[in-house]
Design a protein around this ligand. Structure first.
Ligand code: FAD
Length: 385
């Protein structure tokens, strides 16, 4: 067993850290205050190869793997949880899924545009009445002869208000339930019958646009089907097993950022004539944060390693996502306590992490949903894929 990163992996990690500190941090406060999404930054990240992991070079990728993607995502999330989302929306969600299930033409048409950041990607599963219960979705696609007719409403979709092309899941035959769902590659901007609306009432992630997509007799070309008609549920579960690792990497980044900030503050802030880090109760908080962050890191990197080795990893991915999300929320909470009223101020990053971190327990399957996956594999009710 080797716990050392390679020289190349350390360079990738360092490049992402530098990008976050020089290209995101200087303007972040202003962007967060005004809910600004910098489209050009996605392009820049694409040019630097941030979205090329797990994608072969001939489709615009860089041949690196999940572990490198995780290392970059972690570093970006350490500065801005809003800006870790493009890893999922460009690469690990749409591009990688089209690489796995798409035709040669689909791969050549779509993947390089997502990887380069030229097109803003998204994936739309959730609906007003269907979140954890993916199969409860109502959106339908009816066969219209030489095209499909999409009707329904998607909600809480990252990038909905600004997205170009992404994946949309809908029922082509509701009676067949899990075998009646289909995945479509949808060009939102150039398809009549599609409307998007921003959700502007979010607790956190202010620089990551979220919204609704409404389909009203939207005509989708027949060749927009990804995989086979009826394969949608299978494709969706495959995709979520990848995107949730990226979410876990973001949570790990936030846990690390909270820990580093707390340690620095413990050595700077004095009360009762000594640095607060000298108080045993504070030391206990730091010790728990250190231990939990280290465990989360090993779990997240292990899941990435298993994916790169093409070994069964659903169990390890769900454990990593569940544990890292919970650890990140606890880390933000403990850091907030350690910072006292300065933590409560928006002048310090702790307030940002405290707000943003809750999203990790919800997206890509809630913590309860991860527990369902973990327990059903542990109990032998389903295999570890
Ligand atoms: C910032 C943000 C970005 C998002 N981006 C996207 C996106 O890009 N694409 C997309 O499709 N969706 C996206 N979502 C939606 C997200 O994936 C869903 O919110 C999530 O799957 C949970 O669904 P829900 O909110 O409807 O909660 P519900 O499913 O209604 O769950 C409510 C509560 O019940 C619990 N629960 C539900 N079922 C069970 C069960 N069987 N056993 C035990 N407990 C259960 C849940 O854990 C939760 O605590 C986003 C959400 C947010 C907040």
């Amino acid at each position: 067993m080797n716990f050392e990163l390679t020289e190349e992996q350390r360079m990738v990690q360092e490049q992402a850290r530098r990008f976050a500190e020089t290209e995101i941090l200087p303007t972040l406060e202003e962007e967060e205050k005004n809910h600004i999404f910098v489209r050009e930054r996605v392009r820049k990240m694409g040019e630097l190869g941030f979205f090329g992991c797990c994608i072969p070079e001939e489709y615009g990728g860089n041949g690196m793997g999940f572990l490198e993607s995780v290392l970059m995502t972690e570093q970006i999330a350490k500065v801005s949880p809003s800006w870790r989302l493009p890893f999922n929306m460009q690469n690990i969600g749409p591009a990688l899924t089209v690489m796995e299930f798409g035709t040669e033409e689909q791969k050549r048409t779509y993947v390089p545009k997502w990887v380069s950041g030229e097109w803003i990607g998204f994936f739309a599963i959730t609906e007003p009445n269907a979140g954890s219960d993916v199969a409860g979705m109502r959106t339908t696609a009816k066969d219209g002869g030489d095209h499909w007719i999409l009707n329904g409403q998607k909600m809480w979709i990252t990038n909905a208000p600004i997205g170009d092309v992404g994946l949309v899941y809908a029922y082509t035959d509701r009676d067949k339930k899990y075998q009646g769902m289909t995945c479509f590659i949808v060009d939102v901007k150039n398809t009549p019958g599609i409307e998007t609306r921003a959700i502007e009432t979010k607790l956190g992630l202010p620089c990551s646009p979220t919204g609704e997509i409404i389909f009203d007799d939207a005509r989708i070309p027949k060749e927009a089907v990804l995989g086979k008609v009826g394969d949608g549920f299978k494709i969706c579960m495959w995709m979520l097993n990848n995107t949730r690792l990226s979410c876990a990497a973001g949570a790990l980044g936030v846990a690390g950022a909270c820990l580093e900030a707390a340690i620095k503050y413990c050595n700077e802030r004095s009360q009762f004539g000594q640095p607060i880090g000298k108080f045993q109760m504070i030391q206990a908080q730091i010790a728990e944060m250190v231990a939990e962050h280290e465990a989360a890191k090993l779990l997240v990197y292990q899941a990435a390693f298993l994916k790169d080795a093409k070994k069964p990893n659903q169990l390890q991915t769900s454990i990593a996502k569940y544990y890292a999300s919970e650890v990140a929320v606890r880390a933000a909470n403990e850091a907030m306590k350690i910072f006292g009223s300065y933590g409560f101020s928006t002048e310090y990053p702790i307030a940002r992490f405290y707000r943003d971190v809750k999203s990790y327990q919800i997206v890509e399957g809630t913590s309860n949903v991860q527990k369902l996956i973990i327990s059903s594999i542990a109990l032998g009710y389903q295999p570890n894929r």
